[in-house]
Design a protein around this ligand. Structure first.
Ligand SMILES: [Fe+2]
Ligand SMILES: [Fe+2]
Length: 252
């Protein structure tokens, strides 16, 4: 962690009625974290729903519609929270990319079952680790929604891991490896830059418990065993650094 200093606020110490008493940079950081999660939940919901539209098999459609429905539940929770803390929801929505393009950072979308499965194993778990870092938020109403969302995201990640192993056993190892090579650096980027000013502020105010490097290490520890079981390797730290990812001291 970036500092051993005790956070200014304890878990659950700030509520809606005491939010106005917090410093401006507390509220700004809180809104940033909520805004980031809010647009991520919307994008995930749209991405799974669109993938369900593109995939012909009934069983896969049903699975994806169910996942999209759970993401829609997360959107509702985050929307209520965002409006109550004064987040400029319209501004956040105006600058976001829809569906899978939010995570891809391009105009493309995610419409393929292998891509969806790798995404669930890697990126749903990445989101879960990011939320895990905020599990004891000093802002009580945020902490209250994180528990139920974490449970859903854990299941999405588990479904993805099981499907990745099945896909590799069924002869798709090369395609899975190719998508892992693509999504792994993106997942690390989504976790942010270790030691950043934002991480320091979030920690100081009890809004996050961990820095990005700790989140990266935890994430890698979770995604690696099923990939090893599937015979798929993570790109090397050197290759990841070539994507411009700051790994601090994280290795695997
Ligand atoms: Fe979600
Ligand atoms: Fe999810």
């Amino acid at each position: 962690m970036i500092t051993s200093e005790k956070p200014v606020y304890a878990p659950g110490e700030v509520d809606f009625d005491t939010l106005d008493e917090t410093p401006e940079d507390y509220r700004r950081m809180l809104r940033t974290l909520i805004g980031k999660q809010y647009v991520g939940e919307i994008a995930a919901c749209e991405m799974f729903a669109r993938a369900a539209y593109h995939l012909p098999e009934p069983g896969r459609k049903a699975a994806l519609v169910h996942t999209a429905d759970e993401e829609a539940g997360h959107v509702e929770m985050m929307d209520a929270l965002a409006r109550k803390v004064g987040l400029d929801v319209d501004a956040w929505l105006a600058r976001r990319r829809p569906g899978g393009s939010h995570f891809l950072g391009s105009e493309e979308d995610v419409t393929d079952w292998i891509e969806v499965s790798v995404f669930k194993h890697l990126i749903d778990r990445c989101g879960r680790v990011w939320l895990w870092s905020m599990r004891n938020s000093s802002f009580k109403p945020y902490g209250a929604v994180i528990g139920p969302i974490l449970r859903d995201e854990a299941r999405h990640g588990q479904d993805g891991a099981e499907e990745v192993v099945r896909l590799c056993e069924a002869g798709n190892r090369e395609a899975v490896q190719e998508r892992v090579d693509y999504w792994f650096p993106r997942g690390l980027q989504l976790l942010g830059k270790p030691g950043s000013e934002g991480n320091r502020t979030a920690y100081r105010y009890g809004l996050k418990l961990h820095d990005s490097d700790e989140e990266m290490a935890k994430w890698i520890g979770e995604i690696k065993p099923p990939l090893e079981q599937a015979g798929v390797a993570l790109p090397t730290p050197q290759r990841v650094r070539e994507h411009g990812v700051d790994l601090a001291g994280v290795s695997w």
